[in-house]
Design a protein around this ligand. Structure first.
Ligand SMILES: *[C@@H]1O[C@H](CO)[C@@H](O)[C@H](O)[C@H]1NC(C)=O
Ligand SMILES: *[C@@H]1O[C@H](CO)[C@@H](O)[C@H](O)[C@H]1NC(C)=O
Ligand SMILES: *[C@@H]1O[C@H](CO)[C@@H](O)[C@H](O)[C@H]1NC(C)=O
Ligand SMILES: [Zn+2]
Length: 226
């Protein structure tokens, strides 16, 4: 009986490590691999995502005002994905809107980064905060990690965009990418999700009954009633 229990516990431990690639805590050295080693990544958690409930009211009010600004821009321009970049001294440096131009990877965040570089010659964004109406997709999250943003703030979550709003998206939380910034540097980006969430979700609306929209995809999501 005891042996059975032990075997069960061990297989549970084995299973939980099996989910993290080939990492084996008993045989794996963390650091530089030898030339004949098989290499694998360090198992890493997603980055933490703060929500409005975690912020003090004064800080939250600043984020909300800046989110309101890009939501209003999106409404005026009839575009969904709008981003803005602020210096840590509070100055709005530039904005970016996904207009589908010059090409299909011109997401709001990418347009804003390129705009800030063009307008102000900024090449690294260590002391800047980026706001976006929708959580960064996997591509943009990667770009934001490379750019070294201090803080990234979004309204609507990727999971809601794909699973509830039926907008095509890469099914990945940006926190997965942000959690892996250790390959570039020791500091990590502060993430704040769901600022003006209800307003942002309403702004995106729903494409679920609009299969002819360029945004539409039929979601394949795991849905849990709560
Ligand atoms: C804030 O910093 C930016 C970038 O260096 C600069 O352009 C801007 O004038 C500064 N604003 C204030 C109010 O200090
Ligand atoms: C760049 O940012 C400025 C300042 O926010 C804005 O007026 C302009 O429309 C932006 N350009 C593009 C291409 O988004
Ligand atoms: C960011 O701001 C700090 C001061 O708060 C300054 O020491 C540092 O040089 C700045 N980093 C960059 C990349 O401009
Ligand atoms: Zn994107």
């Amino acid at each position: 009986m005891r042996l059975l229990l032990l075997a069960l516990i061990l297989s549970f431990i084995g299973l939980s490590y099996a989910c993290k690639g080939n990492f084996n805590p008993y045989t794996t050295t963390i650091g530089q691999c030898g030339s004949t080693d098989r290499t694998d990544w360090l198992p890493t958690d997603n980055a933490p995502v703060l929500t409005p409930a975690n912020l003090d009211p004064a800080e939250l009010a600043v984020h909300e005002a800046r989110m309101d600004h890009i939501l209003a821009m999106g409404t005026a321009l009839k575009r969904k994905f709008v981003a803005s970049i602020y210096h840590q001294n509070g100055t709005l440096m530039c904005t970016g809107v996904n207009m589908g131009k010059p090409n299909i990877i011109s997401h709001g965040e990418i347009v804003a980064i390129n705009n800030c570089t063009e307008l102000h010659g900024i090449t690294v964004f260590t002391n800047y905060t980026l706001y976006t109406t929708g959580e960064p997709c996997a591509m943009c999250a990667g770009a934001l990690v490379w750019a070294d943003f201090k803080t990234v703030v979004w309204g609507t979550y990727n999971s809601d965009l794909l699973c509830k709003i039926c907008m095509s998206n890469i099914p990945m939380d940006s926190a997965y990418i942000f959690g892996r910034s250790y390959g570039l540097r020791s500091s990590s980006t502060t993430l704040i999700g769901g600022v003006r969430r209800a307003q942002a979700d309403a702004f995106f609306g729903s494409y679920c009954s609009n299969p002819n929209s360029i945004y539409y995809i039929q979601p394949k999501c795991a849905c849990t009633p709560q």
